[in-house]
Write a protein that binds this ligand. Structure first.
Ligand code: MN
Length: 291
């Protein structure tokens, strides 16, 4: 019983940094737990050994996807052109790193910092987002790469909190290689349910994060994954589905605090990831059947 979707796991289930030792450990653990794909956050890509990581991923037979959010001083949703320029630079670097790793998907909050904003997005800020991402999409297309717009909750961005807003942003960017990235954790906070957004996005869905309402063990919270998996099957989604979970047992400097990871949801990443892989595999297989 193999999944028609590549199943991925976020590196923060294993390790909190991107030193060579940590990345090697994440790659080994990801493959051992049966996953097809490792997602690396590029918030700390300066210590990443890119050629070494690419070779190790290939040797382990793993795909890679990269994700990131921006920062308040490097934010393409800012009114300030200097802040926008720094954000654009981060995105271009991240696109290059993703490509050099052998990845085709760069996704996340590519349109803003990850954090609580104190005011709504301005018209100028939104036009900066559209301008920068239109250019980035062209650069990505030249490398046959895809950009994902992850829909995040109101405490982590003010740019897109719902699938509908992400579709409107993608419409304005108007590039075929810009896809919508849904995450059940954020959907639980912002959307009507876990089904309508999937149906609304349809074939523009290009990346999925599966996380519980508290970002711990899948199935230990109150999210209706059966309904979500049914919706994915109904739109015939074939793209990556990546398990995302955070605990203060594994801390990434900066990112963990940006995501408000303040407590231990688990202490054994291997047990968590093996469990999540089974949960996804069985849930998706069951959802492929209609009675
Ligand atoms: Mn996510």
């Amino acid at each position: 019983m193999t999944s028609r979707n590549p199943l991925g796991v976020h590196a923060l289930v294993w390790v909190g940094d991107t030193s060579p030792t940590s990345v090697a450990s994440a790659i080994e653990s990801t493959a051992a737990a049966g996953y097809d794909l490792l997602e690396l956050s590029l918030h700390d890509s300066t210590s990443l050994d890119v050629p070494g990581t690419r070779d190790a991923l290939r040797e382990a037979g793993l795909q890679v996807a990269c994700s990131r959010g921006l920062a308040f001083d490097a934010d393409v949703s800012s009114d300030d052109p200097a802040v926008v320029a720094r954000g654009q630079e981060l995105l271009q670097e991240s696109l290059e790193v993703t490509h050099a790793l052998g990845g085709t998907h760069l996704t996340g909050a590519l349109y803003s910092a990850l954090g609580k904003y104190n005011a709504p997005l301005s018209r100028t800020g939104r036009s900066h987002v559209v301008g920068v991402l239109t250019e980035l999409a062209a650069e990505a297309a030249a490398r046959s790469m895809t950009l994902g717009l992850e829909v995040c909750n109101r405490y982590e961005t003010h740019v897109v909190n719902t699938a509908r807003q992400a579709l409107a942003l993608a419409d304005d960017i108007a590039a075929d290689n810009v896809v919508i990235h849904l995450d059940t954790y954020h959907m639980n906070i912002e959307e009507d349910d876990l089904v309508r957004p999937v149906l609304e996005v349809g074939d523009r869905l290009g990346y999925v994060h599966v996380g519980e309402n508290h970002r711990g063990y899948l199935g230990s919270g109150h999210l209706d994954f059966t309904a979500f998996f049914h919706a994915l099957a109904d739109v015939d989604y074939r793209g990556p589905i990546t398990f995302e979970s955070f605990s203060s047992a594994v801390v990434a400097e900066g990112l963990s605090s940006d995501l408000a990871v303040w407590r231990d949801l688990w202490d054994d990443g291997t047990d968590l990831a093996v469990h999540a892989h089974g949960f996804l595999r069985h849930g998706l297989a069951a959802a492929a059947h209609r009675s």
